[in-house]
Ligand binder design. Structure first.
Ligand code: ATP
Ligand code: MG
Length: 259
């Protein structure tokens, strides 16, 4: 492989008391790609993310982010990453722009205002920049949260269930944002329980189950694991999500006529 690894995990183990959660996780995430980590509730996805972001010590095995070991070089890891958890860490009293400026000042970035304005433009938030975050929809908040996490240009971004609890339109907005990031060269490790999210976004998909990665590959490679399905002739009904999106309009701009 030519692309360097942004994240390398080998034989990672973690137990809580006598409850073994990770029992030898191996995973390589190439720089500049979106890698989805799929798993059911309690599979250990957040545990992996917390270990990679140095919030939790592993029991055994190794993990490195941007070439730095998460245990022996935790400070260097923290400088290379950003973590966005499930609940948007934005201040609702402040406006979108004020949130960005605040974080830029905390991170001692030069020209905090300029950095904030550039991120507002990049994430299509300029129109709402002067409004208090309390008035934002869940999707807007999430987008602002992701924009805030990019201050200082961390090369590796962890998104832990970025669209849980969002409506379909907001999910599409967040997906667009994540794609944009990967287009700029950011490496994204994304955990999700939504199979369609992984299908839509990820270059590669890893499945965490019973403490290990039981499958890891492109969507095409994962599909090849199953025998081809036999075709039956049935009328294809649109899914509720497709109907919802058709009625309200994908981008919220041009709703389908309903009479
Ligand atoms: N601090 C803790 N103390 C004890 N057990 C914990 C702790 N954190 C997580 N666990 C347990 O470890 C297992 C894995 O949890 P984790 O949060 O990593 O799963 P997850 O895949 O992120 O799940 P979800 O999809 O619900 O977010 C679960 O059984 C959970 O109850
Ligand atoms: Mg979790």
């Amino acid at each position: 492989m030519t692309t360097p690894a942004a994240i390398e995990i080998a034989g990672l183990t973690k137990s809580y008391g006598d409850h073994a959660v990770l029992e030898g996780v191996d995973l390589v995430v190439r720089a500049g790609t979106i890698h989805a980590l799929l798993g059911s509730n309690g599979a250990g996805k957040t545990t992996v993310v917390r270990i990679l972001s140095t919030l939790l010590r592993p029991d055994g095995g190794r993990a490195a982010v941007a070439g730095h070991d998460v245990v022996t070089a935790a400070a260097a890891v923290r400088e290379s990453i950003s973590l966005t958890g499930q609940f948007a860490a934005v201040d609702a009293i402040l406006t979108g722009r004020e949130n960005l400026v605040l974080i830029a000042q905390l991170r001692r970035v030069d020209d905090a205002g300029g950095v904030a304005d550039a991120l507002l433009a990049r994430f299509d938030l300029t129109d709402v920049a002067g409004q208090r975050v309390a008035t934002y929809s869940g999707g807007l908040r999430r987008r602002l949260d992701i924009a805030m996490s990019l201050i200082g240009d961390p090369p590796v971004l962890f998104l832990d269930e970025p669209t849980t609890g969002l409506d379909p339109q907001s999910r599409l907005e967040v997906w667009r944002t994540v794609r944009e990031l990967a287009g700029h060269g950011t490496t994204v490790l994304l955990t999700t329980q939504y199979l369609d999210e992984a299908e839509q976004l990820a270059d590669r998909i890893a499945v965490l189950h019973d403490g290990r990665i039981i499958a890891d590959g492109t969507l095409a490679e994962l599909k090849a694991l199953l025998p081809p399905t036999t075709v039956e002739y049935v009328e294809k009904q649109p899914s509720l999500e497709e109907i919802f999106l058709a009625i309200v309009g994908h981008d919220g701009a041009s709703p389908m006529e309903t009479r």
